[in-house]
Design a protein around this ligand. Structure first.
Ligand SMILES: NC(=O)c1ccc[n+]([C@@H]2O[C@H](COP(=O)([O-])OP(=O)(O)OC[C@H]3O[C@@H](n4cnc5c(N)ncnc54)[C@H](OP(=O)(O)O)[C@@H]3O)[C@@H](O)[C@H]2O)c1
Length: 294
């Protein structure tokens, strides 16, 4: 691929706009398309070319990036009237950077391959601000030689860029991290709401959480991965704590749905005889349940 590849970008929502800004800032020649054409105006003013259809955005490009809301949006741009699939050929690489299901990724890759074009799926962990400041993480799945050909384009968007394996590995890696982010979101909401309702210093609670969260994830996660069995805190006491947290918050008028769900899960583990085990045994409990369910 040439040193300064020509890039087409479909989707100028919050994320697509940040990616467009980064590609232009990196000096790449960019053609953009968005269903709502007005959103392209600022990028045209910065030097991007405006395509009137998805297929036109793919024309003459080395790399076509799609960054849209969901599976249905990608399908609409791929297969709809003037869909981009018609503009693909063996000279082009398709990179989808949206958060999609593995099924949609596989279907799009197969359709691209039928046109002779290889596809990578490279979802982004981090929002528009992280992309603009170069702090977003990109997980890339797909054929490694193809990744090596287009790596410079991905690195122009943000770093680090991690090559993680086959086509759907990027989305599965991102989902694995996003699951924790959902818990962090609900945890932050729950802790701050409880602190506010109790009339406490919310900033003290927030600062404490910020200081200990990363360290604890690292320490506890490592013990789980490495299978360390040392008993530090029993599941029996963990159940007791969740009862206390939930009931105390309820008395203050705060519902803690994730604490209630976690408590029920811990009770299930205790009922299977794990009450006296260390709380890290919940990790193998979850994997064991997954195996039983297969
Ligand atoms: N925002 C974040 O913090 C963040 C972070 C990481 C990953 N993501 C993922 O990145 C992707 C884009 O997110 P976003 O925040 O940029 O979303 P967004 O602001 O809602 O933008 C969605 C984009 O998809 C287009 N679109 C939606 N439905 C369509 C359809 N039926 N046909 C054609 N185009 C359609 C929209 O076009 P219009 O402008 O015409 O509506 C727009 O360009 C999503 O998969 C999201 O989960 C987002």
């Amino acid at each position: 691929m040439r040193t300064n590849p020509k890039v087409g970008l479909l989707g100028l929502g919050l994320m697509g706009s940040a990616v467009a800004a980064k590609l232009l800032r990196g000096g790449l020649e960019l053609t953009v398309f968005n269903r709502t054409a007005a959103k392209a105006k600022p990028f045209v003013e910065l030097g991007a070319r405006l395509a009137r259809s998805p297929v036109e955005a793919a024309g003459g490009r080395d790399v076509l990036i799609t960054l849209v809301a969901n599976d249905e949006a990608l399908e609409a741009l791929a297969c709809g009237e003037q869909g981009f699939l018609m503009g693909l050929d063996e000279a082009k690489v398709l990179i989808d950077m949206s958060t999609l299901t593995p099924g949609a990724i596989r279907r799009t890759a197969a359709a691209a391959l039928a046109r002779g074009s290889q596809m990578l799926h490279a979802p982004i962990l981090g929002g528009p601000e992280a992309v603009l400041s170069g702090r977003a993480t990109v997980f890339v799945g797909g054929p490694e030689p193809v990744y090596k050909r287009v790596r410079s384009v991905l690195e122009a968007i943000s770093e680090p860029v991690h090559y993680v394996g086959d086509l759907t590995s990027g989305t599965l890696t991102k989902m694995s991290t996003n699951v924790m982010l959902t818990h962090l979101l609900m945890g932050t909401i729950s802790s701050l709401a409880l602190a506010k309702r109790a009339g406490l210093d919310q900033m003290l609670v927030l600062e404490t959480l910020s200081r200990i969260a990363g360290v604890n994830i690292e320490r506890i996660g490592r013990r789980m991965i490495e299978g360390e069995r040392k008993r530090t805190f029993s599941i029996r006491n963990l159940v007791k704590d969740q009862h206390y947290f939930y009931d105390t918050a309820a008395e203050l008028g705060i519902d803690l749905p994730t604490i209630s769900a976690a408590r029920d899960y811990f009770i299930r583990a205790a009922d299977r005889g794990l009450g006296e085990e260390d709380f890290t045994a919940l990790y193998s409990f979850m994997l064991g349940e997954a195996e039983e369910g297969q």
